[in-house]
Design a protein around this ligand. Structure first.
Ligand code: UDP
Length: 253
């Protein structure tokens, strides 16, 4: 049997050549990493949940007219996506202070921000994805000023959508990261949301209890990551019927 061509392997996903030009197959692994991959683990079923969750969010974005790379889910761990030229920036949107913003500015985690704050980090693991300004981005040619304006607009639309979807199931969207890619329609370049949207790249807190339901559970050793992601999926109604991390056999009638 012919082996399909691996295009790229990252920390949590693998990209394979797709069935048609301009498409890729995105495979979600069970691997979890934090602190620039200094901390690693395999979390049974994480890939299955993130495949479903990213599908759910990307489909929702398509329905409200926010362009993104998702085409269709292929199986438990794989989805067909549009191939994009990834802009080498992590676009972070924050509604409440947490993580590196709290550390950098000495602001208590959970402090409501006066408005959503958009930050850019340069994607480079060796450098630890440093925070960069628009000046750096345009001076070094990672994106043009027009791209930056489009990226901020896209990120804020994603923020409004995700905040609302999460609020409806009792979850506060504290912050999240997206990646954006370029696609060409004839001679015109457009920017679309790419990569993934999942609890790996968001901070999600239960509105009532403040319980963390995202990758901080792993980063900070707060309990079972798969339980946290399963809870998010359950609340959103996107739990796959046969979750793989069940600890005991289930009788099927
Ligand atoms: N984030 C991410 N990948 C990264 C860095 C950050 O998905 O490489 C997400 C992270 O999960 C959080 C948001 O971006 O939802 C803001 O992260 P922060 O800058 O606070 O970094 P951290 O505290 O995770 O180092």
């Amino acid at each position: 049997m012919a082996r399909r061509k691996k295009i790229y392997e990252g920390k949590a996903k693998i990209l394979y050549e797709g069935p048609e030009p301009g498409t890729l197959v995105q495979y979600f692994k069970d691997d979890a990493t934090a602190f620039n991959a200094e901390k690693r683990a395999t979390i049974d079923g994480k890939g299955v949940l993130n495949n479903r969750l990213s599908e759910f969010f990307m489909r929702g974005l398509t329905q409200i007219g926010v362009p993104n790379h998702f085409i269709k889910r292929l199986n438990m761990r794989e989805q067909l996506i549009r191939q994009v030229e990834i802009i080498p920036l992590e676009v972070i949107v924050r509604n409440f202070a947490a993580g590196s913003l709290s550390t950098r500015l000495g602001m208590a985690e959970g402090t409501a921000l006066p408005r959503p704050i958009v930050e850019f980090c340069y994607k480079d693991d060796k450098l630890g994805d440093p925070l960069v300004s628009e000046e750096h981005i345009t001076a070094f040619g990672w994106a043009q000023q027009q791209d930056l304006d489009d990226m901020v607009a896209l990120a804020l639309r994603v923020n409004d959508f995700l905040s609302g979807v999460m609020m409806a199931v009792g979850i506060k969207l504290v912050d999240f990261k997206i990646e954006i890619g370029r696609v060409w329609d004839n001679d015109f370049q457009r920017l679309i949301v790419a990569d993934e949207i999942s609890p790996d790249s968001c901070r999600l807190w239960d509105i009532e209890t403040g319980q963390k339901l995202d990758k901080d559970v792993f980063r900070r050793d707060l309990g079972s990551l798969s339980d946290a992601y399963t809870e998010v999926a359950r609340r959103l109604g996107v739990l796959p019927s046969n979750v793989t991390h069940a600890t005991k056999p289930t009788l099927i009638n």
